[in-house]
Ligand binder design. Structure first.
Ligand code: HAM
Length: 418
């Protein structure tokens, strides 16, 4: 027996119907906000993620599925969608069209992480990216897309955290202050964070270790070191969020795990999820297009983990409506009737009527049980007698009512009844 690789999941019925439901709701929201779908390859040249996400991030350092293809090129299964979408935007010269460009995507991502509840090695994200504008109203719109999506799914008690992590103008000075502070308090930091001081000091702010937390609490705050442009942008974002009644909390330690962010960073959490409590996160990345393709194009977006969303729906005991019924079950007696009904079955389906038949040679009783299991609205029993008389009795399984119907017009009759 060969099992699925560790950290991957099979999505089986009836669970797969839940996936379809939440994806269709997402597509409804994306369409409402006028975002168009983009599909990019599952793998890209490794360099894209190294340059885009950042060499000193956990993703690039430890978590990528990287391999050589048969001609010796280094490829990587995408660990996230943003770098690929930016690459595609540049490669296809979409910047030549009227801006902004508003995209959404849904698909699998791959990270070699230690699997646990809400964290997998193949997981699914749905996300949006907007290019070509620095308007803080768009930052608020992107957050609104995510929050309205949570609303229509019926989710409650979610917390939106926002921060501004500055830009190349103000961040270097802040990083200097932070590094100095962290060095002064090095003894109280975990080993990972001791190493991060010189490599990626911002990431220390993200550490969940208890003793690090005390150091982080008193660390200099980026929001107090923003340049005028970043501060104005952050203030406008907050005004815009308030104007559309989106509640938020400012978290100056929110830094995200990818290096491409500038200005706005945000996360939406549900405490009840435990350790992996971020449902979606994102932010602005005004320098990423420059990093990847030497083009100065601002961008902002977020991505949401579908598995975590489903876990949250589960925890909040939100029932997903799954239509698990068929319109009519054709119960057959004898070979001749089965052959006739097989043809009839297709006639029903041509008319968009969901019909089913027995392929296991079950008894009439067994077939009726199948009809019940499939939650059939109508059943009809067809044997030699019915074929000869050209009539059959259709039973409404919901109220027990029966009526005789001519076989030659049964499809039209059922069509009228459902
Ligand atoms: P991220 O925070 O790395 O951001 O991932 C976004 C979401 O994907 C997380 O909040 C989580 O729900 C889900 N996720 C991440 N890793 C895993 C995993 N191993 N297992 C299950 N779910 C996971 C990004 O990926 C950015 N590209 C978001 C973005 C878009 N920023 C701007 N635009």
């Amino acid at each position: 027996m060969i099992n699925a690789p560790r950290g991957t999941n099979d999505i089986l019925p009836p669970e797969s119907a839940k996936w379809n439901y939440i994806e269709s709701k997402a597509k409804y929201i994306f369409d409402l906000y006028n975002y168009d779908e983009i599909r990019t390859p599952i793998f890209e040249y490794t360099e894209l993620f190294q340059r885009g996400i950042g060499e000193a991030t956990d993703i690039v350092e430890k978590e990528m599925y990287t391999f050589e293809d048969k001609s010796g090129r280094s490829l990587t299964l995408r660990p996230e969608g943003t770098a690929s979408v930016v690459r595609s935007f540049l490669e296809n010269k979409i910047y030549g069209q009227a801006q902004p460009t508003k995209y959404f995507y849904i698909g699998p991502m791959f990270r070699y992480e230690r699997p646990q509840a809400g964290r997998y090695r193949q997981f699914y994200q749905l996300g949006v990216e907007v290019f070509g504008t620095q308007d803080p109203m768009v930052d608020a719109e992107v957050i609104a897309v995510g929050m309205r999506y949570m609303d229509i799914l019926g989710l409650k008690d979610l917390q939106l955290y926002i921060n501004s992590i500055g830009c190349p103008e103000c961040r270097p000075q802040y990083l200097e202050n932070l590094t100095e502070y962290l060095k002064e308090n090095k003894e109280d930091l975990c080993n990972d964070c001791k190493n991060r001081i010189d490599k990626n000091p911002l990431r220390v702010l993200d550490c969940k270790n208890k003793s690090c937390q005390t150091v982080i609490k008193n660390a200099p705050k980026i929001t107090e070191h923003l340049c005028e442009e970043c501060e104005t942008h952050f203030n406008s974002l907050q005004k815009n969020l308030k104007s559309i009644n989106i509640e938020y909390k400012i978290d100056p330690t929110l830094v995200r795990g990818l290096d491409y962010y500038t200005k706005t960073a945000f996360e939406v959490k549900y405490e009840g999820l435990g350790a992996q409590d971020t449902i979606f996160g994102g932010g602005r990345y005004d320098k990423l297009a420059d990093e990847i393709g030497s083009k100065d194009i601002p961008g902002i977006g977020f991505a949401l983990g579908i598995e975590r969303l489903l876990l949250t729906l589960d925890k909040q005991e939100i029932e997903i409506p799954i239509d698990k019924s068929i319109d009519i079950y054709l119960t057959t007696i004898g070979k001749k009737a089965k052959i006739s009904c097989f043809e009839l079955l297709e006639e029903f389906r041509k008319k968009g009527i969901k019909a089913e038949i027995d392929y296991q040679d079950r008894s009439v009783g067994g077939q009726m049980k199948s009809a019940d299991r499939m939650n059939a609205t109508y059943t009809v029993i067809i044997g030699e007698n019915e074929l000869e008389s050209g009539k059959a009795t259709v039973r409404n399984m919901k109220n027990g009512e029966e009526q005789e119907i001519k076989l030659e017009s049964i499809v039209e009759s059922i069509e009228k009844m459902i």
